[in-house]
Ligand binder design. Sequence first.
Ligand code: UDP
Length: 324
Amino acid sequence: MRVLVTGGAGYIGSVIVARLTARGHDVVVYDDLSRGHAAAVPASVPLVRGDVRDTTAVRAALVEGGCEAVVHMAALAEVAESVAEPDRYFSVNVDGTAAVVEAAAAAGAGRLVFSSTAAVYGAPERTPIDERDTMAPANPYGETKLAGERLLRQARSRGALAATALRYFNASGAHGACGEDHDPETHLIPLALRAARDGLPIRVFGDDYPTPDGTCVRDYVHVADLADAHIAALEALPGVQGSFNLGTGTGDSVQAVLDAVEAVTGLRLLRETAARRAGDPPVLVASNWRAAAELGWRPRRSLTDAVADAWAWMREHPDGYTER
Ligand code: UDP
């Protein structure tokens, strides 16, 4: 299959590109490089630089690349930033998805896989979270992704596209030459690895949650497992469409993640309790039976694998991607 990956220079997108290529698919990346890194895209993969809201440019990239399918990853994805700049989030994430849907339909690229998020659920009504549970996003980021899923549903119902949305829980780890390098970095695992390496403290945001050790529990799913779910979803279209949780089905507390960081690095962490971060629910764990049953997807890698792979990447790239 020839596939356009929007946001293919980003953390998860670049791993999807690597896995698609390894499976023999032809890939074109479309990215504005505002968050992604050109160095994350292999030299053999064409990189088209453009704005995801530019329907004409996305369509041209699809037609020139001879693409039959789109993996739409290009988005802004920081919760706190979305609260500060909701209009920007709606513009890039919702208008951007509308543009990609329109361009794909016009170019005859009839299969689309969309990057969604557990943030569509907001504070969950039960654990683990099932796809049929109430969707009540607690921030603009989650709202924009829910709006994106609705655009997909509309496109499906008017016969424009076959489409699937994948709701990620906590993406983690690294894969080969592709790793996690956000600016600023906000995610627990890279921050903890850096803290361990540099002998600096790591802040634990809240230790009085109603969880076994008092810290938040999350479902850390390895980025290579996430990437493989996109391939399964693409290859299952148009027969299987819908929205699927992508998580391991098990949760780990912040303390458990920090224990894993110490075990993998052999270094001690200085743990400092800090105030709760606004809007963090105590527990976010996916029910993943639906992705297993309908896409045949099962995560294969553990939290320790994710921490070990992230650590290996960080040691090979001590300054992250260095082109900026
Ligand atoms: N967290 C923390 N210290 C940090 C960064 C994150 O205690 O320096 C906690 C955060 O409150 C959450 C968990 O680690 O409970 C995972 O946070 P992350 O930002 O990695 O992902 P999120 O769950 O927000 O998508």
